[in-house]
Design a protein around this ligand. Structure first.
Ligand code: ADP
Ligand code: ZN
Length: 725
């Protein structure tokens, strides 16, 4: 008997399985998906997954070695995940082992050093009538005390009981110690019953009625329309059918509140899975799922790989979020994985969003997805009133950060004991220049994206097509020498706010202030408790959070995301600003939103102001069609990266020539410098492909990828359907 083993080393050059002999003691026990240790050349004993077990093999048996042992008898990568891995390897062009490894939490990956994360609760249990012993040992006071307690309860927790005493009684054959796996996270139910509105129930029913079918729904529901309650209702039904449910949320900042709602509703039948858990917690949660102790999983991107069986629904909240796409290898998108798993389980998928991605909405328009809508906010709440403030005027008045209008709203909110959120777009990696006098920014005439300023060569460049302009500091629009790269950090904003509003309690929430475990939950609790008046933050405070007392939202620099050099910048800005605005007035509809900008006539900002998603859709789709962007065309980016500038540049040209020769009917842009051109002394050049059908380019991409398999100087990164280009 033989087994094919996929070893732990992830290298393109050895991306294959190796055959081993199954030793007698493992025959009948060894299964596909188990982790094993095997001898491997000079590396000694290493680990891997069994991918196949078979009776014959094509190699000379004398040359084969034996499997040493099964390394983790409690673990098995199930058939579904093994199969899914093959699909992902083909679509992400990465090694097979890297896919399986990324499906697993750190503590469970195949690796040479294995730490034991399992914790136990210990109990003492009575296994024999102790009366005789008690009679014979009248002076053993402590033993008798314990035995009497056990006679009453038959099993008790070992905590607080002397180990020495237990050992004596164990030796007498009277008691034994029982170990039960202990979980680090334990949730309790705390239900508040909500009756769905007719609109909500109708939406939920459509999904519930499609059980047993792999149908994909796009749930387009404005912020505060009660999507989460709809999810809970759908999942209730799924559980009633004896099935399981998976809910993905885009980022940890969103999980805090949603997890609380899920715990309240489902109690201990929920497992959570996100990056803020410790390795031990992830280990526990994973085991709860494997051991079928839970029927609901809530988590971020990688939770899509949890081994839930018998899935009845997969829900992806905030489906437009780019966080569902993994940016490094394996470059999978959790939405694609969700669709794959829904086919496997014949269950519906729900993609929920207040601002669906253009790709999903286009599919819904074509009837590939079923569109469901929630058009009204719950209760009295209306969408907030949005005002656009021209910062050019304010700038001339000397207000660089807070406009007079925002100042007025903040003061009013503070006077009324309401809360204020001030949102600052995170600065991107790229520098763009913009005119403080007229708001002008440079765009590529071919690609409609913002040009990136390169300091060393003092020029402005399009990183899609390579278009270049010499930079001279004079605005081409108003001829003023007022071009600057904008930029203000949250820390400085926090300082300014503290000075301007000395009596307000200010809280800053960004990547720097929330690194400590639990800090996120703590801050959210503080906001909920009303211990904070002004919250200053980045993207982190933009989405999903539900704070009824926030009445004013100020967007300090609405321009920052408009100028991300990406063809989706308009779409991203719309969704980001709608999300941020959605934080205001969630309870009574008395919300005010102030958008500060240097481009008050910008189309996207005005669509945000009017809450006009369908306008955004039409406007963007026109541009996409004209410039051959998704959803009309698919995009793949190919990056050639090296420590050696010349080498990267030369190989990028060679790869481009190769592609031009091999691919017909595919638009090929570049090579040019990548958006993030130089990181940690690695230079990256990029080629962009626009095409109609992946099958058309799949083989050529694999061929190109293989050319760089053994090149140690230049690395190739191929990304299908990237979120940021
Ligand atoms: P969304 O996710 O669409 O932004 P939520 O699900 O967070 O909206 O709902 C917004 C608020 O309305 C929450 O506080 C929620 O508990 C409440 N809510 C939702 N549906 C109902 C309902 N049918 N009855 C009462 N309250 C509801
Ligand atoms: Zn261009």
């Amino acid at each position: 008997m033989y087994a094919d083993v996929l070893i732990e080393f992830s290298a393109k050059a050895i991306d294959q399985t190796f055959t081993y002999i199954v030793p007698d003691d493992l025959k009948g026990k060894l299964k596909r998906g188990m982790k094993v240790s095997v001898p491997f050349g000079v590396s000694g004993i290493i680990n891997g997954f069994v991918t196949d077990i078979k009776d014959s093999c094509d190699y000379d048996e004398d040359k084969l070695k034996e499997i040493v042992r099964v390394t983790d008898s409690a673990f098995i990568l199930n058939d579904e995940l093994l199969e899914l891995g093959v699909f992902l390897k083909e679509t992400c062009l990465c090694t097979q082992i890297s896919v399986y490894q990324s499906m697993l939490p750190t503590s469970m990956k195949v690796k040479t050093i294995n730490t034991n994360y399992q914790q136990y609760d210990e109990f003492v249990s009575l296994i024999k009538n102790p009366d005789d012993y008690i009679k014979r040992h009248k002076t053993a006071r402590k033993q008798i005390e314990l035995l009497n307690e056990l006679k009453e309860k038959s099993i008790i927790s070992k905590t607080g009981v002397s180990s020495a005493i237990v050992r004596i009684l164990e030796d007498e054959g009277l008691v034994k110690v029982i170990k039960k796996p202990k979980y680090r996270i334990n949730a309790e139910k705390n239900d508040h019953k909500v009756t769905l509105t007719d609109e909500q129930q109708e939406v939920a029913n459509k999904v519930i009625n499609s059980k047993g079918k792999a149908e994909t729904f796009l749930l387009y529901g404005i912020t505060g329309s009660g999507k989460t309650e709809v999810y809970l209702n759908i999942i209730d039904n799924v559980i009633k059918d004896g099935k399981t449910a998976l809910l993905l949320v885009p980022e940890i900042s969103l999980t805090t509140q949603i997890i609380k709602r899920f715990y309240n509703h489902f109690g201990s039948s929920v497992a959570v899975f996100h990056s803020a858990l410790s390795d031990g917690e992830k280990f526990d949660e994973y085991h709860k799922i494997m051991d079928k102790k839970v029927s609901v999983v809530v988590g971020t991107r990688s939770a899509i790989f949890t081994p839930l069986e018998n899935i009845g629904v997969i829900i992806i909240d905030e489906e437009h979020s780019s966080n569902y796409k993994q940016e490094n290898s394996p470059r999978y998108n959790a939405k694609d994985v969700a669709l794959w798993r829904s086919n496997y389980h014949s269950c519906p998928v729900v993609l929920g969003s207040a601002t669906p991605s253009l790709e999903s909405m286009a599919r819904a328009q074509k009837g590939v997805f079923t569109l469901l809508t929630l058009q009204s906010r719950i209760g009295k709440a209306k969408l907030p009133e949005i005002t656009i403030v021209d910062m050019k005027d304010e700038y001339r008045k000397g207000n660089a950060t807070i406009s007079d209008e925002l100042d007025k709203e903040i003061k009013e909110a503070l006077n009324n004991n309401k809360q204020v959120m001030l949102f600052l777009n995170r600065r991107g990696f790229n520098t763009f220049v913009s005119c403080r006098n007229c708001g002008y920014t440079y765009k590529c005439p071919n690609c409609d994206i913002t040009l990136t300023y390169h300091k060393t060569s003092n020029n402005l460049r399009c990183h899609y097509c390579g278009y270049t302009l010499i930079y001279n500091g004079v605005c081409p629009e108003c001829k003023e020498k007022a071009l600057t790269s904008l930029g203000l950090g949250t820390e400085r904003l926090e300082e300014e706010i503290k000075i301007k509003y000395p009596d307000a309690r200010v809280l800053r929430m960004d990547a720097d202030t929330t690194t400590r475990k639990g800090s996120h939950e703590k801050y959210i609790q503080m906001i909920e408790n009303g211990e904070v008046d002004i919250i200053v933050g980045t993207q982190m405070i933009s989405k999903g959070l539900d704070f009824p007392n926030v009445t004013v939202v100020g967007v300090i620099n609405a321009d920052e995301s408009l100028n991300i050099p990406d063809f989706r910048s308009g779409e991203y800005t719309y969704s980001l600003l709608s999300q941020v605005s959605g934080r205001a007035g969630r309870k009574n509809g008395d919300g005010k939103v102030i958008l500060q900008t240097f481009n008050k006539d910008n189309v996207t900002l005005n669509l945000v102001k009017n809450n006009n998603y369908s306008g955004l859709y039409t406007y963007e789709m026109n541009i996409r069609r004209e410039l051959k962007y998704p959803p009309y065309f698919y995009i793949t980016t190919i990056k050639l990266a090296s420590k050696d500038y010349d080498e990267a540049s030369k190989e990028a040209s060679k790869a481009c020539t190769f592609l031009r020769k091999k691919l017909d009917g595919v638009y090929i842009l570049g090579p040019t410098t990548a958006r993030i051109f130089k990181v940690k002394n690695i230079y990256r050049f990029q080629i962009i492909l626009k095409y109609k059908n992946f099958e058309q380019i799949k083989e050529v991409l694999t061929e190109l990828d293989n050319i760089y398999k053994t090149n140690i100087k230049v690395n190739i990164e191929i990304d299908n359907n990237p979120c940021y280009i």
